[in-house]
Design a protein around this ligand. Structure first.
Ligand code: 0O2
Length: 222
């Protein structure tokens, strides 16, 4: 089966989805559970933000974005990995269907927030990928966590997986431009652009370091 054409459509109707998944209603129910899991994590992060800002007089994150993975991207990911497309495999094999991106000003806030989140006793850390300490060869930096969180439905508790990406503002700025290069089909001079982006990523990492050091100096009153 050929990969499906990616789309930016936010909403894809149940009938279309039912073509790929034998049970369209189960797919929609599962997506609703992912939406609930996103709400749970967002609440936890907002609580941490409120508490931290009260104590230290600054916000550990500037922005939170969340998204449910587009059904076409889910199907394509499963096909690329040779996983039969059905709702059970989708839930047990694909862990970034619910995604949250937390954008912080400083790198140390990323680690602080991530630790505070995974320390909570209803959260299980499933996977941690630190692309900040070990950036990707293209220069990509972010901390990725896959966490398991319970949601409470009328029929009982259900454990859901959510991917939480933590980045600085500079890393986020870089990743959104690089994303365009990755997903745009025909880009002239793609190789040269990739090299320039790598240089920008390294420069931005230096800038993040310097900004953090300046903040420390300001805070310590030197
Ligand atoms: P989208 O559109 O964001 O959903 P894994 O299953 O963990 O072995 P996977 O899924 O590639 O492998 O995980 P990884 O490496 O943690 O990357 C997951 C997401 O991180 C990607 O999701 C991107 O959002 C982001 N990401 C990873 N590498 C890069 C990169 O080099 N550049 C940019 N701009 N973003 C990156 P998706 O599914 O690719 O896309």
């Amino acid at each position: 089966m050929e990969p499906l054409e990616e789309t930016t459509e936010e909403y894809i109707d149940a009938e279309k989805v039912a073509k790929w998944f034998s049970r369209g209603e189960e797919f929609i129910k599962l997506m609703t559970c992912y939406r609930c899991a996103i709400m749970e994590i967002e609440t936890k992060l907002n609580v941490l933000n409120a508490e931290y800002s009260l104590e230290y007089d600054r916000n550990p994150f500037e922005q939170i974005e969340s998204r449910l993975k587009n059904p076409i991207s889910i199907v394509n990911k499963m096909m690329q990995r040779g996983i039969p497309v059905n709702v059970y495999n989708m839930e047990t094999e694909i862990f970034d269907i619910a995604g949250i991106r937390v954008v912080c000003s400083f790198k140390e806030d990323i680690y602080k927030l991530a630790d505070l989140l995974v320390q909570q006793d209803d959260i299980i850390l499933v996977k941690r990928k630190d692309y900040i300490r070990s950036p990707k060869p293209n220069g990509y930096r972010s901390l990725h966590l896959i966490v398991d969180i319970p949601i409470f439905l009328s029929e009982g508790k259900k454990h859901m997986k959510v991917e939480v990406q933590f980045r600085t503002i500079a890393m986020d700025f870089w990743a959104s431009l690089e994303h365009k290069l990755k997903y745009k089909k025909e880009v002239k001079n793609a190789e040269a652009i990739a090299e320039r982006l790598k240089i920008c990523a390294d420069n931005l990492a230096e800038m993040d370091k310097e900004m953090e050091s300046i903040r420390h100096e300001i805070d310590s009153g030197i």
